[in-house]
Design a protein around this ligand. Structure first.
Ligand code: GLC
Length: 478
């Protein structure tokens, strides 16, 4: 099949979150299964010279966006059997950060049109165009008319993946004609219309041939108002074409046996010795007391409410009453940053607040910590818990979305499971399972090792998920 994968960020070129990881690792998995895959993304200011020097310029043309005729250049890199197309327009993309500009609606409407017009100009006829999140939500909508305008797209079907329903792209209805370039009919209930506004994600759910989200549990949760941020009705109504497919991780990159930048590489066989070295290195790097016998609880996340940090700040002092060390890596809301900065002062050598974004340090935490805490209020999939498990770091998670689908709770009677879980959004419940985990760490080394093994040998590759996407592509293409 021919697949065009459209995403507003793609690792390793540019990344702000998990969407980039998926866009970086799913397409190569589809290509490895023997399909022709192209990935298309904006050529941002932040894409460095190391990549730009490898790009080939293919063509330029004008994209029609309402009354505008806008320049669009296409640059190309071919890598791992995948072709990457970069959409060049410096007015829209030569900016200091990816999102959060006054004209984001226009920028991504432009990108979405460019995705389809590039197919015509570069003579590519994808069987499926696979779009992601609000930034490319207009692609399936534009495709409705573009099929009759561009012969290369006449038989193209659309798949839309929701990575996070919290960000929907909701704008006042005045953008419809002037910015997005659609006629007023599209404001209907069956298209983009949403309480008199325009809602891009809602439109994509309505217009796509198939909708997926990034874990089976999240797909179920999206029918409930608590999780769906207003779109539960739409998801329920369209549930016949909505499915959850678990993300994989880049298993080649996140391999403790080969990852560079950690103190010692290790395999399931050498995990105990390997992690001991990584732990000492982590303790030195983040200012924790160098003590091989204390379990380290690691936490890597954006420090925002829906990641469950109020549970952590509520229980912080009771966690620190235990014989543990803790390291938090991330940036975000000031109240969490302040609480963690205070904790570092109050528990010197035992609590480390790393209020930054750092890939090298995150790898050191995956490798050197013993426990990995992720108490998310909602988590569409979550990748860090899978990476942690791969590194023999035992996760403690709330049972939601992808966390529920990847971290099976430890059963002290059968010894089965991969980590520790709690169900309710309640700091005491979280504290209870942290205590159980710490207790197991100190008092049952054998069971602990077994837990590490379960996580390290679990299949978090893309193999089966890529096949599930291919099944859906095939189903909608007939
Ligand atoms: C979003 C979600 C996260 C998911 C990622 C990749 O960032 O919040 O849970 O893992 O997308 O799909």
């Amino acid at each position: 099949m021919k697949i065009l994968f459209a995403s507003s960020e793609v690792a390793p070129f540019i990344k702000t979150g998990g969407l980039a990881d998926v866009a970086g690792s799913l397409p190569p998995a589809l290509a490895a299964a023997g399909h022709e895959v192209k990935v298309i993304l904006p050529l941002y200011e932040g894409i460095g010279e190391n990549w730009r020097s490898q790009m080939t310029f293919l063509k330029y043309f004008n994209v029609t966006l309402a009354w505008r005729q806008v320049y669009c250049g296409i640059f190309e890199i071919v890598q791992n059997d995948v072709t990457y197309w970069f959409v060049d327009n410096e007015y829209y993309f030569k900016r200091w950060q990816l999102y959060g500009h006054f004209d984001d609606c226009e920028r991504y409407a432009y990108f979405s049109r460019a995705v389809l017009e590039a197919c015509g100009h570069l003579n590519f006829s994808p069987d499926v165009v696979h779009c992601n999140d609000w930034q490319t939500a207009l692609v399936p909508i534009y495709l409705l008319e573009e099929r009759s305008r561009t012969h290369q797209l006449a038989n193209t079907k659309s798949v839309y993946t929701i990575h996070n329903i919290e960000y929907q792209g909701r704008y006042g209805s005045q953008v419809l004609e002037d910015v997005i370039g659609l006629n007023p009919g599209y404001l209907s209930e069956t298209m983009l219309g949403y309480y008199k506004d325009v809602n891009l994600m809602k439109g994509a759910i309505m217009a796509s041939n198939f909708v997926t989200t990034v874990s089976p549990s999240y797909a179920q949760e999206l029918r409930i108002p608590f999780y769906a941020h207003g779109l539960h009705g739409v998801i329920s109504q369209q549930s016949g074409k909505v499915e959850g497919i678990l993300n994989g991780i880049d298993a080649q990159l996140y391999d403790p046996a080969t990852l560079t930048g950690i103190e010692s590489n290790f395999t399931p066989k050498t995990v105990t010795q390997g992690k001991a070295k990584c732990k000492a290195a982590l303790q030195r790097a983040v200012g924790l007391n160098e003590d091989p016998n204390v379990p380290i609880i690691g936490c890597i996340s954006r420090l925002v409410g829906h990641k469950g940090f109020s549970l952590v700040t509520d229980a912080l002092h009771r966690i620190m009453e235990m014989n543990v060390q803790m390291v938090v890596l991330g940036t975000g809301d000031w109240q969490y940053e302040a609480a963690f900065r205070d904790a570092q002062n109050q528990y010197p050598g035992r609590f480390s607040a790393q209020l930054a974004y750092s890939a090298p340090l995150s790898n050191m935490i995956y490798a050197g910590a013993d426990l990995f805490l992720m108490p998310s209020i909602s988590e569409p999939c979550g990748l860090s818990q899978m990476i942690a498990m791969r590194f023999g770091t035992v996760p403690i998670v709330r049972e939601t979305g992808g966390l529920k689908d990847t971290v099976f709770p430890y059963n002290k009677f059968t010894g089965e499971g991969r980590g520790f879980t709690f169900a309710d959004i309640n700091a005491n419940d979280m504290l209870w399972v942290i205590r159980e985990a710490v207790d197991l760490y100190f008092n049952n080394k054998e069971a602990w090792k077994q837990l590490q093994m379960e996580g390290m040998t679990a299949d978090f590759t893309w193999n089966s998920s890529a096949q599930q996407y291919l099944d859906i592509y095939q189903r909608i293409c007939g």
